[in-house]
Design a protein around this ligand. Structure first.
Ligand SMILES: Nc1ncnc2c1ncn2[C@@H]1O[C@H](COP(=O)(O)OP(=O)(O)O)[C@@H](O)[C@H]1O
Ligand SMILES: [Mg+2]
Length: 270
């Protein structure tokens, strides 16, 4: 077992020392049977950027994220990380990436500590003392020191999301991907999660892609925002574009009009 050089145990996280990677999505299309879920999608995410991908439910956002981590293969087109095919096993060994799933995907039978220690133990990132350092530092960054011995069932929704982020951070990622990190949270906790995502990018210069419906999150932390509708990228630009969207479909998505004369509200009429 080779010993990783230049990894002092006090340096709990090394991502950020020039380690951020760029993502390129080139003419990506994906079919499941007869349904075309992604249609000729192209955009790139710069190293160290926060890119927010928005869009209605079912528009293909999670499928697109799965291509970046190699869990789905393109029907046509390609996804590369610093120029290397995202689907190649070799790339996944080289690039440290963490996907924070919508539901957290914590192991319910394990304490918060063991959930966080799992990856560094499996990858022999350090001895137990070094792993403890990394785990406690990640918990501290997310203000979760008091949760260390708790089990997932004992945590609130906001704490579970923070534990999921802490667990990703322990992997020392060069690329962090978040799938709906603020869904089901109240506005205050959503703002806290947005701040955490922005802070991690500031501190570690980690390339960040966030899939979200949360307009406030996009306005507050995104460098650029893409909007996916029915598998097509219909908008790409700075978050200020969201304030006065030119495309009526995007305007409807961001500011849905409630029409009480709509037939689906008929039962409300007296
Ligand atoms: N493995 C799969 N097999 C078949 N259809 C899928 C699969 N994964 C996702 N889909 C379909 O692709 C579409 C986009 O899904 P998804 O990316 O999860 O949407 P969202 O934008 O809400 O994250 C949906 O219609 C979904 O049912
Ligand atoms: Mg999704």
């Amino acid at each position: 077992m080779p010993i990783a050089p230049n990894k002092a145990s006090s340096n709990a996280f090394s991502a950020g020392n020039g380690g951020a990677v760029g993502i390129a999505i080139e003419d990506l299309s994906k079919r499941f049977g007869s349904s075309e879920v992604l249609k000729n999608v192209s955009f790139s995410v710069q190293p160290g950027e926060i890119f927010v991908l928005m869009g209605p439910s079912g528009s293909g956002k999670s499928v697109l994220l799965k291509h970046i981590v190699g869990l789905e293969l393109p029907t046509s087109g390609r996804v590369t990380l610093d120029g290397f095919d995202a689907a190649a096993e070799e790339t996944r060994k080289q690039v440290r990436m963490a996907l924070v799933f919508q539901a957290g995907a914590l192991f319910n039978s394990m304490s918060v500590y063991d959930n966080l220690a799992l990856y560094p133990r499996e990858h022999r990132m350090a001895n137990e003392v070094g792993i403890r350092d990394k785990v406690m530092r990640a918990l501290q960054i997310l203000s979760l020191e008091n949760a260390v011995q708790k089990f997932p069932a004992e945590l609130s929704g906001g704490m579970k999301k923070r534990v999921a982020i802490a667990r990703a951070l322990v992997m020392e990622p060069q690329l962090m991907l978040y799938d709906e990190p603020t869904s089901e949270l109240d506005p205050v906790m959503s703002a806290t999660i947005s701040e955490i995502i922005a802070t991690l990018r500031e501190q570690y210069h980690v390339t960040t892609m966030v899939v979200s419906h949360d307009r406030d999150l996009a306005l507050n932390i995104a460098d650029r925002v893409g909007i996916l509708m029915a598998g097509k990228l219909v908008s790409l630009g700075p978050p200020s574009d969201l304030r006065h969207p030119a495309d009526p479909r995007v305007a409807d998505f961001l500011n849905p009009k409630i029409d009480l004369k709509n037939p689906r509200f008929k039962h409300l009429e007296s």
